[in-house]
Design a protein around this ligand. Structure first.
Ligand code: 3PG
Length: 209
Protein backbone atom coordinates (compact mmCIF):
# COMPACT_ATOMS: atom_id res chain seq x y z
CA UNK A 1 0.00 0.00 0.00
CA UNK A 2 2.71 2.43 -1.00
CA UNK A 3 0.41 4.61 -3.09
CA UNK A 4 -0.83 7.67 -1.17
CA UNK A 5 -4.01 8.29 -3.21
CA UNK A 6 -6.30 7.72 -0.23
CA UNK A 7 -4.38 10.29 1.85
CA UNK A 8 -4.99 12.91 -0.85
CA UNK A 9 -8.74 12.42 -0.46
CA UNK A 10 -8.90 13.04 3.30
CA UNK A 11 -9.16 16.87 3.18
CA UNK A 12 -8.87 19.57 0.49
CA UNK A 13 -5.74 20.83 2.26
CA UNK A 14 -2.90 18.92 3.91
CA UNK A 15 -1.50 21.27 6.55
CA UNK A 16 2.30 21.29 6.44
CA UNK A 17 3.24 21.90 10.04
CA UNK A 18 6.53 22.65 11.77
CA UNK A 19 6.49 22.38 15.56
CA UNK A 20 9.42 23.27 17.79
CA UNK A 21 7.89 22.48 21.19
CA UNK A 22 6.38 18.98 21.41
CA UNK A 23 3.92 20.33 24.01
CA UNK A 24 2.22 22.09 21.11
CA UNK A 25 1.85 18.99 18.95
CA UNK A 26 -1.36 17.51 20.36
CA UNK A 27 -3.22 20.84 20.74
CA UNK A 28 -2.33 21.79 17.14
CA UNK A 29 -3.58 18.44 15.84
CA UNK A 30 -6.79 18.70 17.89
CA UNK A 31 -7.35 22.28 16.69
CA UNK A 32 -7.09 21.11 13.07
CA UNK A 33 -9.54 18.26 13.70
CA UNK A 34 -11.95 20.69 15.38
CA UNK A 35 -11.89 22.75 12.17
CA UNK A 36 -12.60 19.73 10.00
CA UNK A 37 -9.07 18.89 8.80
CA UNK A 38 -8.17 15.32 9.66
CA UNK A 39 -4.71 15.00 8.15
CA UNK A 40 -1.39 16.60 9.06
CA UNK A 41 2.09 16.53 7.51
CA UNK A 42 4.56 17.17 10.30
CA UNK A 43 7.90 18.32 8.92
CA UNK A 44 11.12 16.78 10.22
CA UNK A 45 12.69 20.22 10.45
CA UNK A 46 13.16 20.50 14.18
CA UNK A 47 15.18 18.36 16.60
CA UNK A 48 11.96 17.52 18.40
CA UNK A 49 9.83 16.64 15.35
CA UNK A 50 9.87 12.89 16.04
CA UNK A 51 8.66 13.43 19.58
CA UNK A 52 5.82 15.62 18.27
CA UNK A 53 4.96 12.96 15.69
CA UNK A 54 4.87 10.28 18.38
CA UNK A 55 2.55 12.32 20.57
CA UNK A 56 0.10 13.02 17.75
CA UNK A 57 0.14 9.38 16.63
CA UNK A 58 -0.55 8.20 20.18
CA UNK A 59 -2.96 10.84 21.40
CA UNK A 60 -4.97 12.09 18.41
CA UNK A 61 -6.51 9.05 16.74
CA UNK A 62 -8.84 11.23 14.63
CA UNK A 63 -6.02 12.63 12.51
CA UNK A 64 -3.91 10.90 9.87
CA UNK A 65 -0.37 11.95 10.74
CA UNK A 66 2.43 11.86 8.22
CA UNK A 67 6.08 12.83 8.32
CA UNK A 68 7.32 15.42 5.83
CA UNK A 69 10.73 16.59 4.68
CA UNK A 70 11.99 13.01 4.45
CA UNK A 71 15.40 13.31 2.78
CA UNK A 72 17.08 10.04 3.74
CA UNK A 73 16.22 6.36 4.33
CA UNK A 74 17.23 6.80 7.98
CA UNK A 75 14.70 9.58 8.41
CA UNK A 76 12.00 7.40 6.85
CA UNK A 77 12.82 4.64 9.34
CA UNK A 78 12.80 7.04 12.28
CA UNK A 79 9.46 8.49 11.19
CA UNK A 80 7.98 4.99 10.92
CA UNK A 81 9.24 4.13 14.40
CA UNK A 82 7.59 7.31 15.73
CA UNK A 83 4.22 6.27 14.25
CA UNK A 84 4.06 8.04 10.88
CA UNK A 85 1.04 6.92 8.87
CA UNK A 86 2.38 8.30 5.58
CA UNK A 87 5.71 9.68 4.37
CA UNK A 88 6.30 12.81 2.27
CA UNK A 89 9.55 13.79 0.58
CA UNK A 90 10.24 17.14 -1.10
CA UNK A 91 12.00 15.39 -3.99
CA UNK A 92 13.05 11.93 -5.10
CA UNK A 93 16.23 9.95 -5.45
CA UNK A 94 16.34 6.31 -6.59
CA UNK A 95 17.80 5.21 -3.23
CA UNK A 96 15.18 7.02 -1.17
CA UNK A 97 12.33 5.71 -3.33
CA UNK A 98 13.67 2.14 -3.16
CA UNK A 99 13.82 2.36 0.59
CA UNK A 100 10.44 4.01 1.18
CA UNK A 101 8.71 1.53 -1.11
CA UNK A 102 9.88 -1.33 1.09
CA UNK A 103 8.06 0.15 4.06
CA UNK A 104 4.43 -0.71 4.73
CA UNK A 105 3.11 2.85 4.46
CA UNK A 106 1.74 5.25 1.82
CA UNK A 107 4.47 7.35 0.23
CA UNK A 108 3.96 10.81 -1.30
CA UNK A 109 7.12 11.68 -3.23
CA UNK A 110 7.84 15.24 -4.31
CA UNK A 111 8.29 15.96 -8.01
CA UNK A 112 8.79 19.13 -10.03
CA UNK A 113 9.53 17.94 -13.59
CA UNK A 114 7.90 15.58 -16.06
CA UNK A 115 10.97 13.34 -15.93
CA UNK A 116 10.58 12.99 -12.16
CA UNK A 117 6.86 12.27 -12.57
CA UNK A 118 7.73 9.50 -15.05
CA UNK A 119 10.39 8.04 -12.72
CA UNK A 120 7.87 7.84 -9.87
CA UNK A 121 5.17 6.42 -12.16
CA UNK A 122 7.61 3.67 -13.16
CA UNK A 123 7.58 2.60 -9.49
CA UNK A 124 3.80 2.25 -9.59
CA UNK A 125 2.88 5.38 -7.63
CA UNK A 126 0.24 7.71 -9.06
CA UNK A 127 -0.09 10.17 -6.13
CA UNK A 128 2.66 12.80 -5.94
CA UNK A 129 3.47 16.06 -4.25
CA UNK A 130 4.20 18.85 -6.73
CA UNK A 131 6.86 20.93 -5.02
CA UNK A 132 7.55 23.84 -4.87
CA UNK A 133 4.24 24.42 -6.62
CA UNK A 134 4.35 28.19 -7.12
CA UNK A 135 7.97 28.60 -8.23
CA UNK A 136 7.87 25.35 -10.27
CA UNK A 137 5.10 26.59 -12.55
CA UNK A 138 1.86 26.81 -10.62
CA UNK A 139 -1.56 25.76 -11.91
CA UNK A 140 -0.63 26.43 -15.58
CA UNK A 141 2.19 23.91 -15.39
CA UNK A 142 0.01 21.25 -13.76
CA UNK A 143 -2.75 21.80 -16.31
CA UNK A 144 -0.21 21.38 -19.13
CA UNK A 145 1.19 18.07 -17.85
CA UNK A 146 -2.29 16.66 -17.25
CA UNK A 147 -2.52 15.76 -20.95
CA UNK A 148 0.63 13.59 -21.26
CA UNK A 149 0.40 12.03 -17.78
CA UNK A 150 -3.33 11.89 -16.96
CA UNK A 151 -2.94 9.02 -14.50
CA UNK A 152 -1.20 11.15 -11.89
CA UNK A 153 -2.97 13.00 -9.08
CA UNK A 154 -1.00 15.79 -7.42
CA UNK A 155 -0.90 17.53 -4.08
CA UNK A 156 0.75 20.84 -5.01
CA UNK A 157 2.57 22.43 -2.09
CA UNK A 158 4.78 25.48 -1.69
CA UNK A 159 3.63 29.06 -2.00
CA UNK A 160 -0.10 28.23 -1.84
CA UNK A 161 -2.61 30.27 0.20
CA UNK A 162 -6.34 30.17 0.89
CA UNK A 163 -6.73 32.63 -2.00
CA UNK A 164 -4.68 30.66 -4.55
CA UNK A 165 -5.77 27.15 -3.51
CA UNK A 166 -8.93 27.17 -5.70
CA UNK A 167 -6.82 27.71 -8.84
CA UNK A 168 -5.15 24.37 -8.09
CA UNK A 169 -8.16 22.50 -6.68
CA UNK A 170 -10.18 23.16 -9.84
CA UNK A 171 -7.69 21.15 -11.93
CA UNK A 172 -8.59 17.58 -12.94
CA UNK A 173 -5.19 16.28 -11.79
CA UNK A 174 -5.21 17.93 -8.34
CA UNK A 175 -6.93 16.16 -5.44
CA UNK A 176 -5.75 18.43 -2.61
CA UNK A 177 -3.14 21.07 -1.90
CA UNK A 178 -0.58 21.38 0.89
CA UNK A 179 0.35 24.48 2.81
CA UNK A 180 1.68 25.93 6.01
CA UNK A 181 -0.83 28.79 6.21
CA UNK A 182 -3.18 26.89 8.55
CA UNK A 183 -0.63 26.84 11.35
CA UNK A 184 1.19 30.19 11.42
CA UNK A 185 4.13 30.26 13.78
CA UNK A 186 2.58 33.07 15.83
CA UNK A 187 -0.57 31.02 16.43
CA UNK A 188 1.35 27.85 17.33
CA UNK A 189 3.82 29.54 19.66
CA UNK A 190 1.15 31.86 21.02
CA UNK A 191 -1.02 28.77 21.69
CA UNK A 192 -3.91 30.33 19.79
CA UNK A 193 -5.72 27.06 19.06
CA UNK A 194 -8.93 28.86 18.15
CA UNK A 195 -7.13 30.68 15.36
CA UNK A 196 -5.83 27.37 14.00
CA UNK A 197 -9.35 25.91 14.14
CA UNK A 198 -10.67 28.97 12.30
CA UNK A 199 -8.02 28.63 9.56
CA UNK A 200 -8.71 24.88 9.34
CA UNK A 201 -12.45 25.48 8.98
CA UNK A 202 -11.84 27.91 6.09
CA UNK A 203 -9.54 25.41 4.39
CA UNK A 204 -11.90 22.46 4.98
CA UNK A 205 -14.62 24.40 3.15
CA UNK A 206 -12.61 24.82 -0.05
CA UNK A 207 -14.40 23.18 -2.97
CA UNK A 208 -12.60 20.50 -4.94
CA UNK A 209 -12.93 20.51 -8.69
C1 3PG B 1 6.57 22.34 2.39
O1 3PG B 1 7.32 22.07 3.26
O2 3PG B 1 5.95 21.48 1.75
C2 3PG B 1 6.43 23.76 2.07
O3 3PG B 1 7.50 24.47 2.61
C3 3PG B 1 5.16 24.38 2.50
O4 3PG B 1 5.11 25.48 1.74
P1 3PG B 1 4.42 26.83 2.22
O5 3PG B 1 5.09 27.22 3.50
O6 3PG B 1 4.70 27.80 1.10
O7 3PG B 1 2.96 26.54 2.39
Amino acid sequence: MADATSALHVSPVIPVVTIADPQHAVPVARALVAGGISIIELTLRTDTALESLKRIANEVPDILVGAGTILTPAQADAAMAAGAQFLVSPGVTPALLDHMLQLDVPVLPGVATVGEVMAVLERGLTAMKFFPAGPAGGPDYLAAIGAPVPAVQFCPTGGISLASAPDYLSLANVTCVGGSWLTPRAAVEGEDWQEITRLAREAAGLPRG
